[in-house]
Design a binder for this molecule. Structure first.
Ligand code: URA
Length: 234
């Protein structure tokens, strides 16, 4: 991707940030202090998607700045990365009161922002943190305990990406065994970043066009063309 393309995508991301900052698409805008758009490298190969801002994130307008964020920082350092290398955001851009679970209507209102962020940042690897991000981005309701640590391939933001479901760092803070599993899964990220991306999946229209061509009569062999009144076939 050229530098100009990256600059244009960054500009669009800034415009999206401004839109999210004044978003009133769901009632959470009435109780939030600041919307939390996300932060980090706008051209990152690696993106993390959490659930929703907590109290400290709501105050600062930045993602993962509380205890879960400190653990995320530690785990990044262990694989030779820092927050400046990655982009971090959430499914919801506004804090649910008392950190309750995101509601389906809130997710539906907010998800276009997340898909647009993925489209503009063009990550190679997207790590989903916890059930809400995993279920939304995989389009599958299987719980995080069953899918964590196994990479999947999905088309997100119009491009294929490696998607790695991970436990949420807040769950890791509560349970030491979960923390060790999260640490082990983090260790697989560098190899995933180095792995080639699959070819983009053909669209339904492309598949239909290909099938139509296959169904057509094959053209006659070149030596038969004379029978059909070609230029010098008589
Ligand atoms: N938990 C999240 O899911 N996101 C944050 O930004 C902070 C805590």
């Amino acid at each position: 991707m050229s530098a100009t393309d990256a600059a244009a995508r960054r500009e669009e991301l800034v415009a999206l940030y401004k839109e999210v900052s004044k978003c009133t698409k769901c009632p959470l805008h009435e109780t939030r202090t600041k919307a939390v758009f996300g932060a980090g490298n706008a051209d990152a190969d690696l993106m993390f998607v959490g659930e929703a801002p907590g109290a400290e994130e709501d105050r600062q307008g930045l993602p993962f700045v509380g205890r879960a964020g400190q653990l995320l920082n530690e785990l990044l350092v262990e694989i030779g990365l820092s927050r400046e290398d990655v982009f971090i955001c959430n499914v919801l851009k506004s804090r649910p009161p008392n950190n309750r679970d995101p509601q389906p209507t809130e997710i539906a209102a907010c998800e276009p922002y997340l898909f647009e962020q993925v489209r503009l940042i063009e990550p190679r690897v997207v790590c989903t943190l916890g059930n809400f991000a995993t279920k939304l981005l995989t389009g599958n309701q299987t719980g995080i305990t069953r899918v964590r640590g196994t990479p999947q391939t999905h088309e997100l933001g119009g491009r294929p990406v490696h998607l790695l479901p991970l436990f949420h760092p807040a769950a890791a803070l509560r349970t030491p065994a979960v923390k060790e599993q999260l640490r082990g899964d983090f260790a697989t990220i560098p190899a995933l970043l180095a792995q080639a991306l699959p070819e983009p999946m053909p669209s339904a229209a492309e598949i239909a066009a290909e099938t139509a061509v296959e169904d057509e009569e094959p053209p006659p062999p070149a030596d038969q063309l004379g029978f059909f009144g070609g230029p010098d076939g008589g």
